[in-house]
Ligand binder design. Sequence first.
Ligand code: SF4
Length: 408
Amino acid sequence: PIESAFPKAHHSLQSRVVWGSRVVTVGGDAPVRVQSMTNTDTVDAIGTAIQVKELALAGSEMVRITVNTPEAAAAVPYVREQLDRMGIDVPLIGDFHYNGHRLLTDYPACAQALSKYRINPGNVGKGNKRDTQFGQMIEAALRWNKVVRIGVNWGSLDQELLASLMDENSARSAPWDARQVMYEALITSAIDSAQRAEDMGMRRDQIILSCKVSGVQDLISVYRELAKRTDHVLHLGLTEAGMGTKGTVASATALSILLQEGIGDTIRVSLTPQPGEARTQEVVIASEILQALGLRTFVPSVTACPGCGRTTSTTFQELAKQIDDFLRAQMPVWREQYPGVEGLRVAVMGCIVNGPGESKHADIGISLPGSGEAPAAPVFIDGEKRLTLRGDNIAQEFQVIVENYIEN
Ligand code: SF4
């Protein structure tokens, strides 16, 4: 038999990101988690809470918010309070740079309201201040019993570490190329920082690591090596992936290759929203990547053909979109009412060539009439042809059939 290509199992520890009774396990045998980040000013606590809610309802299992000023730190407990009032228990992650040590020390209510702190070792302070400031953030995590993510990013890499690795490299008889030194600096920064946190008393499973870069091949190289060198939980994402199709394709390509190898315990798709595009799009894409790989199932899947010269009308494209939109819109309610509904497979096909075949593979499918075919649309349920729709209301009638199928 041909060996299944199903993604490899993960080999990391397991972290617990907690808010109240909500526990999001990350790593180990937990499913790969989807996370995202707001782009609101955290000082606007209501606006931030609303966006966190939207992201959470779209499927983000943790949401990161910017904590960059004393005002933002002071607003964090109010963001949390608003969310709790709305019944949204998604854990919040504080994104700290430069002044996180001060904010976490001076604003204990902020430190308490967050479930996880993101620390960037590239900007926690220079020279001998570095260890002190990093230490203050770890002390806050220990005091409040929070998880940290040591998030290295090549846009803000520790320049002292990079310079020292460059010096080391130039002394080599066969020097590495500059890119390899950069990879080494990213990984060393993450692993050494984790070691310092452990030396201060953090457990390994309380530390999540990431080494984000914006190039697909660079990300694959760095994470393959990172996964070899550590059993820490890994947060995975292609940083600054860009906009629209480019950002989506680059993220999906990089993340899928690594996830297929069992690398990555939680993911974020860092898309620049296009004008008018919802922030939640990055959550939808992250979820779709995991679903396409067969790692998670979030929403029923709609199989639809691309259409071709045999397609007689755009009805089937409209129907496919209508069914897809309908299923997604219903999911927040259906998830509670009909356990397992996310595994539903629906097929909407344009003609007899592949229509009946795909429809039989789905739980429920329809094959619309193509050119030269009789004006009839056979409907397949659980692999068998059950009825044929005719006339001008095929789309509406099929939607009712799908609803009835789910309810029954
Ligand atoms: Fe064309 Fe029919 Fe194939 Fe759809 S199923 S792409 S309409 S041949």
